[in-house]
Design a protein around this ligand. Structure first.
Ligand code: AIR
Ligand code: ASP
Length: 277
């Protein structure tokens, strides 16, 4: 398996000697370098390899750190959620996991929006409206941000999206129904392990199937892109732990993975899955 070196992977005693890893890196074409993930050309046309980094950023890159093992956990968790979505008929870009940090995905044309679904007020909504974090919303609320780091991903009304041609009316209808299906699925899965899905973000991409174009869930679904609170204690188990300096991000993500029974088998430092009653 080819993959770039990272701190968590770089153990010559266990894997490919570093020299060979470097050679394989040279053969692979970088397609896109994001803050938390890198995309490489995939083995077949229409595919990409999505590599999960350990980098954590917040405030559009103002705060940054490297959290050992985050990439491994998010690779597994995103696989778990995307596979579950596919099982209930929600199309996603996920094809299969390749190794600890990489998954094979379908190449999509990303719609330049962050599609945010909120069940409880938190984060920017709580700030904007002066609502106390954790207040349950009358119904799930969907909002859209324009994906542009230099602008800080500004919230945009649907009229902008249509007027600037970022997505059509039909696509917006499809995006809303995808987002609500993801919300129902994710809320249920998390509820089952004692976690409240406060809000989350997805990205959606276009794929062509013959003459037909359709929309599928892309990017990732992980504690980097959701707010997850323990139902009993309210403890935060998502990226807010990093954004707000609330403790160990790795412990929080490991807790989510353990409750879901999703843990890499060969990461020595990670505890075995335990049953949650
Ligand atoms: N999100 C938005 N941009 C990047 C991410 N990860 C997610 C947050 C949160 C939700 O979207 O992780 O789950 C809403 O974020 P905010 O900051 O608008 O309240
Ligand atoms: N805006 C995203 C977040 O806070 C990512 C980033 O700021 O780098 O989660």
């Amino acid at each position: 398996m080819t993959r770039p070196m990272s701190r968590a992977d770089a153990c010559p005693a266990l894997g490919t000697p570093p020299r060979l890893v470097e050679q394989s890196m040279a053969r692979r074409k970088l397609v896109y370098e994001g803050k938390a993930k890198t995309l490489y050309e995939g083995p077949e046309p229409g595919t990409l390899v999505q590599y999960f980094k350990d980098d954590a950023t917040a405030g559009n890159g103002e705060k940054r750190d490297v959290i050992d093992g985050k990439g491994v956990l998010n690779n597994r968790l995103s696989e778990f959620f995307m596979t579950g979505l596919a099982a209930i008929g929600v199309p996603t870009h996920f094809i299969r996991r390749l190794n600890m940090r990489e998954q094979l995905i379908r190449a999509v044309e990303i719609i330049p929006l962050e599609v945010i679904v909120r069940n409880y007020a938190a984060g920017s909504m709580a700030r904007r409206l002066g609502i106390e974090e954790g207040t349950q919303l009358p119904r799930p609320i969907i909002e859209f941000s324009y994906k542009d780091d230099s602008l800080g991903d500004p919230l945009v009304p649907e009229e902008y999206i249509m007027a600037f041609g970022w997505a059509s009316q039909q696509e917006m209808d499809d995006i809303v129904s995808l987002a609500l299906r993801v919300n129902d699925f994710m809320s249920g899965v998390m509820f089952g392990v004692g976690i409240k899905l406060v809000d989350f973000k997805i990205e959606v991409g276009r794929v062509w199937e013959g003459d037909f174009q359709r929309l599928i869930v892309a990017d990732e679904i992980s504690p980097d892109s959701c707010r997850l609170w323990d139902i009993e204690t309210g403890k935060k188990l998502d990226k807010d732990v990093f954004r707000r300096d609330l403790g160990s991000l790795k412990d929080a993500y490991t807790e989510v993975a353990r409750r879901l029974g999703v843990l890499p088998t060969n990461t020595a430092s990670m505890p075995k899955p335990t049953l949650i009653n």
